[in-house]
Design a protein around this ligand. Structure first.
Ligand SMILES: [Zn+2]
Length: 409
């Protein structure tokens, strides 16, 4: 068991950490609520000033989405918070998190409830305002380590993670290339199990246009976009299992109107998960064939939008090295460390694709994320902050070796 003074300091932070998370949770920061995200960024900016780092608020790029008329549109996204300290140190750590949640202004889930037994329910308490608090507290503690000068760090907290990080990805990738290790503060499972390798993910929109006509008088002149889309959807759905563990989820279909009109527009939105990077090429060519077939039908146009946003994150030797380090820290703190593969993905996928070994579930323990039953296990705030502070300390002191960057299994 470690008796480092900054670890004992973290033990005293339970109440201020929890208070901070509850305050942050009451600020609505749904990915589409730009005003709320700007407010959240400014609150976080003030909080991170206490690390002594240089704090900046950066603009995200706009994101392209296909609207309900099938037309691509650019939408604005919330800002990115960047905090950095000792940029000139030889070794650099990148710590990432997101301030957005899946709960918009129109959600009924806006406040916190004490569930008893050390559990509090609230929007974003676990995913991932609790995680941001773990990161902040670990950094404040690390700044008390006698070895802190050996390590520089940068924090990136984006506002569009829940919708794919399209507007902030360039910041993540640029910073990943400069850093040696990445630490990401997504939640672990309630029992503390972390995510090991992760699948990759892509979002697509297929827009099919046909020709409108009166359903009674001139049905033969119409080209029914819904019927054409349905044929394509069945073929796309059948791609599930085409490669090991590849899944396609048809998530949403729009189209049509009055029943006496042949519909001229139909839109399908779907998500794809892949295990291996090579599956991307296989899937893209399979979808292109389906789109081509739809296009070749007389009177129809089919157009595919979107693509892969998060490549798979394999278990590489350098990621294994990081988990070994985490396990060593966990055993000093009596925190058991387990991890397993997951089909979910996060910004850890993007960092890994840029060659940065990273553990991405260093945030709090909790459950039911993305639902109005989301809760945090409050004891995990100090527990996980100690884990991160100890990792940083061991890396700075030279007790732990750095993994080799950019390896591929
Ligand atoms: Zn998250």
């Amino acid at each position: 068991m470690s008796h480092l003074p900054f670890l004992s300091w973290i033990d005293e932070q339970h109440i201020p950490m929890l208070d901070g998370v509850l305050q942050w949770s009451h600020i609505n920061s749904g990915s589409g609520n730009i005003t709320g995200l700007e407010r959240m960024a400014s609150v976080l900016k003030d909080a991170f000033l206490s690390t002594g780092g240089e704090v900046e608020i950066l603009l995200s790029s706009p994101m392209e989405i296909v609207n309900e008329l099938g037309v691509p549109q650019r939408v604005s996204l919330g800002p990115v918070l960047r905090v950095s300290k000792r940029r000139n140190a030889n070794r650099q750590i990148l710590l990432c998190g997101h301030m957005d949640t899946v709960f918009g202004n129109d959600s009924a889930f806006q406040s916190c409830t004490d569930l008893g037994d050390g559990m509090i329910q609230g929007p974003g308490v676990t995913d991932m305002k609790g995680g941001i608090m773990v990161m902040l507290t670990a950094l404040k503690a690390f700044e008390m380590s006698p070895h802190k000068d050996q390590l520089g760090w940068e924090v990136l907290i984006n506002a569009d993670e829940e919708i794919g990080s399209f507007g902030s990805r360039h910041y993540l990738i640029d910073s990943a290339k400069k850093a040696d290790i990445g630490l990401v503060y997504e939640p672990s499972l309630p029992d503390g199990t972390l995510a090991g390798p992760r699948k990759g993910s892509g979002n697509f929109t297929l827009v099919i246009t046909g020709r409108a006509a009166h359903a009674g008088r001139e049905h033969h002149l119409g080209r029914n976009a819904i019927a054409a889309l349905s044929r394509a959807v069945i073929a796309i759905d059948a791609l599930t299992g085409g490669r090991p563990e590849l899944t396609v989820n048809i998530g949403r279909i729009d189209g049509g109107g009055a029943l006496n009109v042949v519909p001229d527009l139909a839109i399908c939105r779907f998500n794809v998960r892949i295990k291996e990077t090579e599956d991307q090429t296989w899937l893209l060519s399979a979808i292109e064939n389906i789109v081509e077939r739809a296009n070749s039908e007389e009177g129809y146009t089919a157009k595919l939008h979107g693509g892969f946003s998060r490549p798979p994150k394999p278990m590489t030797p350098s990621l294994q090295h990081l988990f070994d380090l985490l396990q060593a820290c966990g055993s000093e703190l009596n925190i058991p460390i387990h991890y397993k593969p997951t089909g979910g993905c996060c910004d850890g996928n993007n960092l890994a694709a840029a060659g940065l070994p990273n553990i991405d579930t260093l945030g709090v323990r909790g459950a039911n994320i993305h639902s109005d039953k989301e809760f945090i296990i409050t004891d995990s705030l100090t527990e996980r902050a100690k884990l991160s502070a100890l990792i940083l300390h061991k890396l700075a002191s030279g007790e732990a070796a750095f993994p080799i960057k950019g390896d591929r299994q």
